[in-house]
Design a protein around this ligand. Structure first.
Ligand SMILES: [Zn+2]
Length: 410
């Protein structure tokens, strides 16, 4: 730690990389990357990153483990849809992603093929053109040293779990007030989700969620809260927290993923299971969680942190209610949109469904990898039908659920 810190200062005479670089004179303005003058290359056993920016901005850099990643945050860089993989010429790095992050930060994440230690990092300023250049050098290290040094500095947002309080026993809805429905358009910001033929899952789901919000609010029986209503990154854990804070009666996550194999198409409704009900479900669950991994958020220990036994008790009550919710959603979607996925009711270990006390479902509206589904997702008419199907399912579920709650009270 001490060694690379002093090297940083000696070589760059500039900003040390931790914890958070101080605001510069251009605070608030957007910097743009110049890919022509940027590179990610190997120099012997070491990794060199040069990122040219149109102006200096506050920044911070750190590594995260499992898997090894390098994270650079800027406040703020407009990536402008530029493909950073174009500058990637390194055996040490398998993947670069960039995008907007929470609270007006932009993030760049490099997935490292092996443990690499930060040796130097600095932002060179004072160039004639007013620009700035981030220079980073990393060297190979062993896994243990890497794990020791990895971790976000104070103030960096990595979704570090505020340990959830034990679930409050929530009063179940009995039909005497509007149901609070939390809609969760999947992905967003740094995490676009699945992409195919120029379509982006995060955008499609936001558009659909806004349609669905209007359809639900129009009934007067529901009050919709969104986990995001813009193209921003929201960690999975935060999505669940939003539902908790809103006092959600129902949580619906909306997705349209891609499958590399097969010709999957049509809608599927998922509920939580520890064991995924099939291989494809397992892959989808993994991919969803990977989005947070890439953004620097680790969910692996989540269940250890939360008091498992009490969670299970809450789930005893919630699981059958979520099962019925999924059934009425499938029925509603089938009636309004016609055919569904050949197996429209599945279970998988999606993290976003893990609120133990809120009936939750994840709707894969279709597969962005399917031409037919892409057409549907872009069709206003189809989206209206799907929204009405979900509304019908929710209305039916709410009535049954309220009736059961009243019975249990007597
Ligand atoms: Zn998705």
């Amino acid at each position: 730690m001490t060694i690379y810190r002093s090297i940083t200062v000696a070589l760059m005479g500039l900003l040390p990389f931790a914890p958070i670089a101080q605001a510069q004179e251009t605070l608030g303005a957007l910097a743009r990357p110049d890919l022509e003058a940027s590179s990610i290359t190997d120099m012997g056993g070491s990794l060199r990153i040069t990122l040219a920016l149109s102006q200096p901005v506050p920044w911070r850099i750190f590594t995260l483990d499992a898997p090894p990643r390098l994270v650079v945050d800027f406040s703020k860089v407009d990536w402008g849809g530029q493909d950073m993989s174009l500058i990637l010429r390194s055996d040490h790095v398998s993947d670069v992603i960039t995008g907007p992050f929470l609270n007006d930060w932009s993030r760049m994440v490099l997935t490292l093929n092996r443990p690499m230690l930060l040796e130097t990092a600095g932002l060179l300023t004072g160039q004639d053109n007013g620009g700035a250049t981030l220079k980073v050098q990393m060297a190979r290290t062993d896994a243990e040293t890497f794990a020791d040094q990895a971790g976000a500095p104070d103030g960096a947002i990595v979704g570090a779990a505020p340990v959830p309080n034990l679930p409050e026993p929530r009063a179940r809805q009995t039909g005497d007030r509007p149901l609070i429905v939390v809609l969760d358009p999947g992905h967003g910001g740094i995490d676009p989700g699945a992409e195919a033929e120029g379509l982006i899952e995060a955008d499609l789901m936001l558009r659909f969620a806004l349609d669905l919000r209007d359809v639900l609010n129009a009934t007067g029986r529901f009050q919709v809260v969104m986990t995001r209503d813009a193209d921003v990154f929201v960690p999975l854990e935060t999505r669940v927290s939003v539902a908790r804070q809103a006092g959600a009666d129902v949580f619906l996550s909306l997705h349209a993923d891609a499958l590399a194999e097969g010709r999957a198409s049509g809608s599927t409704v998922y509920t939580l299971s520890v064991e995924a009900s099939d291989e494809a479900s397992r892959l989808l669950a993994e991919r969803h969680d990977r989005a947070d991994l890439l953004a620097g958020i680790d969910l692996a220990d989540q269940d250890d942190v939360i008091a498992g036994v009490l969670m299970d008790m809450a789930r005893l009550n919630t699981t059958p209610r979520a099962e019925r919710l999924a059934q009425t959603l499938v029925a509603g979607l089938a009636e309004r949109t016609g055919d569904l996925h050949k197996r429209p009711r599945l279970r998988a270990g999606f993290s976003v469904l893990k609120a133990p006390d809120i009936p939750s479902a994840l709707i894969e509206l279709g597969f962005i990898s399917s031409e037919r589904d892409r057409r549907r997702l872009q069709s206003e008419t189809w989206r209206q039908k799907a929204a009405m199907g979900i509304r019908d399912g929710l209305v039916r579920w709410a009535e049954d659920d309220a009736a059961e709650a009243k019975l249990l009270r007597q």
